[in-house]
Design a protein around this ligand. Structure first.
Ligand code: AMP
Length: 427
């Protein structure tokens, strides 16, 4: 480390870059509330075994990218900790641990989760990133899937991403049995073309053939054009579930593309899988987030047999997309009040300051010499009104109020101050 700097793949978001972030957090919380999701907070780290059991070996996130924490000797190997790479596992763990299936169902929660992945950093891909995470438990209906998608759509459009920039990729993974049968067919097809596959896909042919479907390699993609399609192998229940999800989306005018290559590598994912993408810089597709149904996960982790469906949207990418499209929200300037005084009136000013804080006002105060320099500082801090308390005001039990935008000022009785401010704030 030659200079003091943040660790590779991490960033500082400084106060003057916070506008969009705070806006996105605010909209996320509002949308979650609209859709009936309550906030939840789970730890930034869990036992590593939770992630190994839920996300599973054979995935990059676990095999290559997990941030393992060095545990103390006395805690033993089984107590190895890991920083969370995603939000679902911890929330599912909390759902099981606290018996939340006994609460009224569906049980809906949201969180802004900071995730850690020991990845190769590049633009839009960091070692620490944040996701807006929604999880819905105890409802296996297609409506629950559509509800999650609608919430994701509402979030992305409400933060200011134009609907025409967004794409929703949709697929269904059917049931585990349907998928197993399909994987055999897919393997048969790919084995005939094994030598034409990219090296990565050749490895996956034995480790996780389904994931070959989302290979980014062009030649693989061409080959896959003629591959069998998972949804063609569905039985009645899976077909109906998928059609019902689509019918809700059509009713709500949410455009989507059926994408038979959108898959998840793990067994407990079933039925609906989706991803929100944007046209991105240079017309390149970029994933903003996605999700789907994971009915088998809760039982796989030792919980009750209730279903789950959820989504995770990457906030870092959403903010970058808003910046790229120049979509800055119009922010109301805060109504901030400065209290200006001199040493002789300071005690009275400090009392007034405390009174304003108690009444919920944003304030600023300085002990600089002279009204002029205090006013200058107040102005730099985006102050709306200044309350001036000089010796005369103190003697007369009055205060002078100065509007910093137009320099108008008036002197009023101190007892009228709060009523006056209340009115001024509403203007
Ligand atoms: P995933 O949990 O991998 O399905 O990712 C969901 C979303 O989180 C992605 O579409 C990205 O927007 C975001 N995301 C995932 N990994 C990263 C990362 N390393 N850096 C920044 N954003 C990420």
């Amino acid at each position: 480390m030659s200079q003091l700097q943040s660790p590779r793949g991490t960033r500082d978001i400084l106060p003057d870059q916070q506008g969009l972030w705070q806006h996105v957090y605010k909209v996320g919380a509002q949308v979650a509330d609209q859709f009936g999701f309550a906030p939840i907070k789970t730890p930034h780290y869990e036992y590593a075994s939770l992630f190994q059991r839920s996300i599973g070996a054979g995935t990059d996130v676990i095999d290559k990218e997990l941030f393992l924490l060095k545990h103390r000797q006395e805690e033993g190997e089984e107590n190895q900790y890991a920083l969370r790479p995603e939000g679902t596992a911890g929330i599912v763990r909390a759902f099981i641990e606290h018996g939340l299936h006994l609460k009224p169902q569906p049980y809906k929660v949201y969180s802004f989760v900071t995730n850690f992945r020991y990845d190769r950093p590049q633009k839009g891909r960091y070692r620490e990133h944040t996701q807006f995470d929604l999880e819905l438990f105890g409802d296996t209906s297609p409506f629950a899937d559509a509800w999650i998608i609608l919430a994701g759509w509402q979030f992305l459009t409400s933060v200011g991403l134009p609907a025409q920039e967004l794409e929703l990729q949709l697929n269904s993974l059917g049931t585990s049995a349907e998928r197993s049968a399909y994987i055999e067919k897919l393997k048969e097809f790919l084995q005939e073309h094994q030598t034409e596959l990219s090296p990565d896909s050749q490895v996956r042919l034995t480790s996780n053939p389904l994931r070959i479907l989302d290979s980014k390699d062009q030649k693989d993609q061409q080959l896959l054009d003629n591959a069998p399609i998972l949804t063609d192998a569905f039985g009645q229940t899976s077909k109906e579930h998928f059609e019902a999800v689509q019918s809700y989306l059509q009713t709500w005018d949410i455009p989507y593309n059926l994408n038979p290559r959108l898959v998840r590598g793990l067994d407990y994912y079933c039925h609906t899988a989706f991803e929100f993408t944007t046209k991105g810089a240079g017309g390149q597709q970029s994933a903003l987030g996605g999700g789907g149904r994971y009915d088998g996960l809760i039982t796989a982790l030792g919980g009750p047999d209730v279903g789950g469906t959820g989504l995770g949207i990457g906030i870092d990418r959403v903010v970058e997309e808003l910046e790229r499209l120049n979509q800055y929200p119009v922010m109301d300037a805060p109504f901030r009040i400065a209290v200006i005084s001199n040493p002789a009136t300071r005690t009275e000013a400090l009392k007034t300051l405390k009174q304003l804080i108690e009444h919920g006002y944003a304030v600023t105060f300085s002990e600089k010499e002279g009204f002029g320099s205090q006013l200058k500082q107040a102005d730099r801090q985006g102050t709306t009104l200044a309350i001036l308390i000089g010796e005369e005001e103190l003697a007369q039990n009055t205060v002078t109020i100065k509007n910093l935008a137009n320099a108008e000022q008036s002197t009023i009785q101190k007892s009228d101050l709060l009523a006056h401010l209340k009115q001024a704030r509403q203007l």
